[in-house]
Ligand binder design. Structure first.
Ligand code: FE
Ligand code: CA
Length: 458
């Protein structure tokens, strides 16, 4: 281990909360962008000490131990802590060779019989070179119970030959597109050196779900999205998922190119988070794959939580564009899959999504064209943290799609409060990301009433 600098240059994180446990994460990287040895670490296993306490000053340590940081996993550390109290805040830190990491705050999920209100934020699409993660700094200030990240945690792109104005405001570690494990690792290191991203991880546990750019633009199932062969692509997907795991507090490792992302995270009686992977299992006209779809429908049918929060990456409601087109990379490309899910929509269905780099809010209806048809739930589409949006004729889209009730074109995140009798979503936005320090404001807020959007006067 290098005797000089701290190995905790990438911060700390926690995630995957259960009523009795969380996963704690860090990665040792004294020289995070080193191109020869990942993180600048020696090629041997290093033992890392961890502590979990009830207080930020570590006067009341409740658990501690050591974990192995192995070179084949880029010296990342994943500690699965169990035996904790439900709905409880804890603090954690790591140490090695006299170096002590920053302190992270985490929180376990509520007990199954708890009627506690759940406060959570969700975010997506944080393209490093497009700007500063100021939105994540404001998210951290809210100290939510849990953060959902709905994909495009990194972007694999290299530097464009001629970046559009305002779209390369801070440099990547490499101007090349990521295709290898070494390159993905350095890209994650670049991101995790960001102080606002570190603050957001240190403020709350995260539940994360990859979308396309953790691997490659618009990949789907076994296909790379550029006409390339599945076999070469699956090697790349394996490298990308391995680096994803190495840099996030996940409970399960990838196995080759496969990473099981769909999972249930119960939050007491108020919320069941149903995390759904709408990319990896695509095949033909099928969005989720049979196993995942059956899993989701059984969870929707058996959930007794007040709010069934279906968290996934891409636009769920129908969205017609003025030229008559619709997005093939969203649920509009898989209408039969969407219809099968909506046919089982439970009372209290709230869909969360990202991917499109703008804020939207939608009513989910039995008949998209008929406002009088059955209300099946709502969808909150969160904007990007930094990624620049496509050119969007929002006015025309709102007119063509009467079930879509809201558009906003800022960068930001969404802050939600779910109680036994109310679900509220606040769209939190910043005015600029090309420099740090933008203040945050709430551009719109909604509650869910009888499975419909209701705008709140601010
Ligand atoms: Fe994106
Ligand atoms: Ca995406």
């Amino acid at each position: 281990m290098a005797k000089s600098g701290t190995p905790f240059t990438l911060g700390v994180a926690s995630g995957e909360p259960l009523p009795d446990g969380v996963v704690l994460w860090t990665r040792l990287a004294p020289d995070p962008l080193n191109a020869k040895r990942p993180g600048g670490m020696p090629d041997r296993t290093v033992s890392v000490r961890w502590q979990l306490a009830e207080d930020r000053g570590f006067a009341r340590v409740v658990q501690s131990g050591t974990a192995a940081a192995r070179p084949d996993w880029a010296h990342s550390v994943h500690v699965r802590v169990a035996g904790l109290r439900p709905g409880t805040e804890y603090f954690y830190r790591f140490s090695v060779d006299g170096h002590v990491s920053p302190v992270g705050r985490t929180k376990t999920a509520p007990a199954p019989d708890s009627a506690d209100t759940v406060r959570f934020c969700f975010a997506s699409c944080q393209r490093y070179e497009h700007g500063h993660f100021t939105a994540l700094r404001h998210l951290a200030d809210e100290l939510p119970d849990v953060v959902l990240h709905l994909g495009d945690y990194i972007y694999e792109y290299g530097k464009p030959k001629q970046p559009r104005p305002g779209r390369y405001v801070r440099p990547l570690e490499s101007e090349a597109e990521c295709t290898t494990l070494a390159a993905y690792r350095r890209r994650y290191a670049r991101y995790h050196m960001d102080p606002d991203l570190q603050a957001a991880h240190a403020a709350a546990p995260w539940i994360t779900l990859p979308d396309d750019h953790e691997v490659r633009d618009n990949w789907a199932g076994t296909l790379p999205g550029n006409g390339g062969s599945p076999s070469a692509f699956l090697n790349r997907r394996a490298a990308a998922f391995r680096a994803y795991y190495e840099h996030l507090p996940l409970r399960v490792r990838p196995t080759g190119p496969d990473l099981r992302n769909f999972r249930l995270r119960p939050y007491g009686r108020a919320v069941d988070f149903m995390i759904v992977d709408a990319r990896q299992h695509r095949s033909g006209p099928d969005m989720l794959g049979r196993e995942q779809e059956e899993w989701l429908i059984s969870k929707m049918k058996t959930s007794t939580a007040r709010w069934k929060v279906l968290a996934q990456a891409v636009f769920f409601a129908r969205r017609r564009f003025p030229n008559g087109a619709s997005s093939a990379d969203a649920w509009d490309g898989f209408p039969d899959s969407r219809a099968r899910v909506l046919a089982e929509a439970p009372d209290g269905l709230v869909v969360l999504s990202g991917d499109v780099h703008n804020n939207w809010a939608c009513d989910l209806r039995a008949d998209w064209a008929d406002p009088e048809s059955a209300a099946l739930g709502v969808e909150f589409v969160g904007t990007s943290v930094t990624s620049m949006p496509p050119d969007t004729d929002a006015k025309a889209i709102l007119e063509l799609n009467p079930h879509i009730g809201f558009f906003d074109g800022h960068r930001g995140y969404v802050s939600c409060t779910a109680s036994m009798d109310d679900f509220r979503a606040d769209y939190r936005v910043v005015d600029y990301v090309d420099r740090r320090g933008a203040p945050v404001s709430t551009v719109a807020a909604f509650r869910v009433e009888k499975n419909r959007l209701r705008r709140i006067d601010l």
